[in-house]
Design a protein around this ligand. Structure first.
Ligand code: PBG
Length: 327
C-alpha cells in the first residue's frame, strides 16, 4: 500500500521512541508525603497504604535522608495527633512544641537542603475532624474565624523552618490572608502552594485512616469542590493567583486530569497535582492480587500527570518511583 503517513515509524524501536517522547518523570518532580507519629524507633504500618507507615521523628529523618539521596527534594508532612490533644478550637496546631513543628525542625537540622511542605488545615488537630472551625450550634464551618487560626498555624510553621505552606482547607480568601500574615512577620520567602482545586473526594479514605481524621459529623462538601465542576476550578485559580499563590495544586490526581490540563492552559504559574491515598491504594491492592503490573501502572500514572501539564507531583509512590528511575 502506498501510505504517506505511517505514525508507527516513530514507534519502531526504543531509540526512536525515547527521542520523540513528549513527557518524562524525574525524581525532582516528586514530593513525598510522609506520616508522623510520637515515639522513638516506631514505624506503624498503615494497612490501607501498603509500604507506608506512621514514622516517629527519628525514623522520619532516616526516610528523608533516603529520599534525598534518591533525588526527591521535598517532603510533605502529616502528623497523627493523639486524640487527647484534639480540641474544637484545634489550638494544638500552633503549639510551638507540637509533633509537626518538632518534625519540621528535626528534618531541617539533619538535612537543611530538604524542602518541607507544611500542610495548613485544622483537621489533624480538630476534635470535629474538619479543616475549619465548626459553629457548635449550627454545625457550620466558619470561614473567617478559621482564617485567623490558619494564620497562627502558618506563622508557627514558618518559625519552625518550613519552606512551602500548602493550605488544604479550601476556606475563601485564605491565600491573601496567609500571605499578609507571613509577610507581616517577615516570612516573605515562605512559598504558598495553594490547594486551588481540592474536590470533596472518596479517594481520601486511606489518608483519613492514617491520621484518624475523618469528620465526626457531616462531610466536607461546603468547602471542598463538587466533583462535577471544572469551570469552578478556573475561578479558584484566578483568585489564588490574584491573592499571591506561588504554585497551584489540583487534588485528587487521576480522576481530575482534565482540571490539571485546564489550569495549565489558564495560568503561567507552576501546577502541582496530588496523586492521593486512594489512588495509591487501588494500584497497590490490584497489584497484590496480581491483577495489574503495579510498577508499570505507577509509572503510567505519573507520566500522565506530566502529559496533562503538571510540573510537580505529590505522590506516595515517590520513593518507589525514584528507586525505579535510578535502576
Ligand atoms: C486535609 C487533607 C486531606 C488530604 C490532605 N490534606 C484529606 C481531607 O481533605 O480530608 C488527603 C490526602 C490523601 O488522600 O492522600 N486537610
Amino acid at each position: 500500500m502506498s501510505l504517506l503517513q505511517r505514525p508507527r515509524r516513530n514507534r519502531k524501536n526504543d531509540a526512536i521512541r525515547s527521542m520523540v517522547r513528549e513527557s518524562s518523570v524525574t525524581p525532582h518532580d516528586l514530593i513525598a508525603p510522609l506520616f508522623v507519629r510520637e515515639g522513638k524507633n516506631e514505624r506503624t504500618p498503615i494497612l490501607s497504604m501498603p509500604g507506608h507507615a506512621r514514622l516517629s521523628i527519628d525514623q522520619l529523618v532516616t526516610e528523608a535522608r533516603e529520599l534525598y539521596a534518591l533525588g526527591v527534594q521535598c517532603v510533605a508532612l502529616f502528623p497523627a495527633i493523639e486524640a487527647a490533644k484534639k480540641t474544637s478550637d484545634a489550638r494544638e496546631a500552633w503549639n510551638p512544641d507540637n509533633l509537626n513543628l518538632r518534625a519540621i525542625k528535626e528534618i531541617k537540622n539533619a538535612l537543611p537542603a530538604m524542602h518541607i511542605l507544611g500542610d495548613i488545615a485544622l483537621d489533624p488537630y480538630s476534635s470535629d475532624g474538619h479543616d475549619g472551625l465548626v459553629d457548635p450550634k449550627t454545625g457550620e464551618i466558619l470561614n473567617d474565624a478559621t482564617l485567623e487560626a490558619l494564620a497562627r498555624q502558618s506563622i508557627a510553621s514558618a518559625q519552625a523552618g518550613v519552606d512551602i505552606l500548602g493550605p488544604s482547607d479550601m476556606m475563601d480568601g485564605r491565600i491573601a490572608h496567609l500571605r499578609r500574615a507571613l509577610d507581616g512577620e517577615g516570612y516573605t520567602n515562605v512559598s504558598l502552594m495553594s490547594y486551588t482545586a481540592k474536590y470533596a473526594s472518596a479517594f481520601y479514605g486511606p489518608f483519613r485512616d492514617a491520621l484518624d481524621s475523618a469528620p465526626k459529623k457531616g462531610d466536607k462538601k461546603t468547602y471542598q469542590m463538587d466533583p462535577a465542576n471544572g469551570r469552578e476550578a478556573l475561578r479558584e485559580a484566578s483568585l489564588d493567583e490574584a491573592e499571591g499563590a506561588d504554585i497551584l495544586m489540583v487534588k485528587p490526581g487521576l480522576p481530575y486530569l482534565d482540571v490539571v490540563y485546564r489550569l495549565r492552559q489558564h495560568s503561567a504559574l507552576p501546577i502541582a497535582v496530588y496523586n492521593v491515598s486512594g489512588e495509591y491504594a487501588m494500584i497497590k491492592a490490584a497489584a497484590e492480587r496480581g491483577w495489574i503490573d503495579g510498577e508499570r501502572a505507577m509509572m503510567e500514572s505519573l507520566v500522565s500527570f506530566k502529559r496533562a501539564g503538571a510540573d510537580i507531583i505529590l505522590t506516595y509512590f515517590a520513593k518507589e518511583a525514584a528507586q525505579l528511575l535510578q535502576r
